[in-house]
Design a protein around this ligand. Structure first.
Ligand code: PMP
Length: 358
């Protein structure tokens, strides 16, 4: 069996153990005579999977009872609209911190629905970065503050989160459960699953129940958080298979331990950043203090060299290193499930490529 070192930014690599476990019970799920994809989402067996997925998230994030865990659809992109629909009433203002492509995408949706104040803007800064806490200008009495914990495209990550008076809502799509966080600082977190949690098709939302209760009753049912809280994310048919793989992936993460995962993530990223900093050939694109542990972004001297780098790496078994189409360059996405050996292989390839082309 040949598994590539898969640097894709998402959908991203999953733990091999999880894939093999799912493979073993794919055709006949625990004696049911059918797969988990083929049975009622209201039956006993799926119910146990659904509950385990919620329980694993609750344990890993250390959640208190005042937070709800939801499994929704529509990706993080739907949350860009759902959050203001629920929490930005007419006449109120929400503060958004614009740290790059994804934060800006959230801003665009919120503007369609209400007043938005940009509390800080460094979307276009080079090197790419997130703002310093001293740059933030919040609106007194803001409905909420929205941030993006890790900009997947530019490779800039918040290392210390701001403490805000207004409820803090965070798009954690690309670094959720890569490190321990204090959820009490946040009113709501959301993340498409396809980077650190499992496959695409399910979106995790963790939110304070008291906030959801206050949202307008005129919001259509599917778009109201309260609907999904009241129905344990079973208001309509959930993405059963995605939730199942998420449950297995979270089981795997619990076995590894979140602190251990954080340590390993930092070590993996440090290996790559050391290779970049130790060469005059590669150039990191994010400001050093906010370099992402998940998406390591860098440039080579020319676009032609970048293309050759990605093509040759791919032939050598290191796939999907091409930077996002809006920025170019090279991006190594090294989420929880990405193995240390893959990072070591890339570092060796970088040295060798530089020797030949530097
Ligand atoms: N936010 C961030 C930080 C992302 O990285 C992405 C996708 N790469 C999105 C939002 C959009 O997510 P989705 O495709 O699940 O809608």
């Amino acid at each position: 069996m040949a598994r590539a070192f898969n640097f894709c930014a998402g959908p991203a690599v999953l733990p091999l153990e999880v894939l093999q476990e799912a493979q073993a019970e794919l055709v006949d799920y625990q004696g049911a005579g059918m797969s988990i994809m083929e049975m009622s989402h209201r039956g006993k067996q799926y119910d146990a999977v659904h509950r385990e997925a919620v329980a694993n998230i609750r344990e890993l994030l250390n959640l208190t009872d005042d937070y709800a865990v939801l499994f929704l659809q529509g990706g993080a992109s739907l949350q860009f609209a759902m959050a203001p629909m629920n929490f930005l009433p007419a006449g109120a203002t929400a503060d958004y911190i614009n740290s790059g492509h994804w934060a800006s995408a959230a801003v665009k949706q919120a503007r369609l629905l209400g007043n938005v104040n940009i509390a800080a803007d460094c979307e276009k800064d080079i090197p790419t970065r997130v703002p310093e806490l001293s740059e933030l200008h919040f609106t007194p009495g803001a409905a909420y503050v929205h941030i993006t914990s890790n900009e997947t495209i530019s490779g800039a990550q918040w290392k210390v989160f701001p403490k805000t008076q207004a409820p803090l809502i965070c798009d954690m799509s690309s670094d959720i459960l890569s490190r321990p966080i204090d959820v009490q600082n946040f009113a709501m977190l959301y993340a498409g699953a396809q980077k650190n949690l499992g496959p695409s098709g399910v979106t995790l939302v963790v939110l304070r129940k008291d906030l959801a209760e206050k949202a307008a009753k005129t919001i259509p049912a599917m778009l109201r958080y309260q609907t999904h809280i009241e129905n344990d994310s079973l208001y309509n048919t959930p993405p059963c298979f995605s939730v199942y793989i998420l449950a297995l992936t979270m089981r795997w993460l619990k076995r590894f331990g979140l602190e251990n995962m954080f340590r390993r993530n930092r070590e993996k990223a440090a290996l790559l950043y050391a290779a970049i900093d130790g060469s005059g050939f590669y150039r990191g694109t994010a400001k050093k203090e906010c370099r992402s542990d998940m998406n390591v972004t860098f440039r080579l001297p020319t676009v032609e060299l970048e293309e050759r780098f990605c093509a040759e790496a791919s032939k050598a078994g290191m796939s999907q290193l091409k930077g996002h189409r809006v920025v170019g360059g090279v991006r190594a996405s090294i989420y929880n499930a990405f193995p240390v050996e893959g990072v070591q292989a890339l570092v060796a390839f970088m040295r060798e490529f530089e020797k030949r082309n530097g």
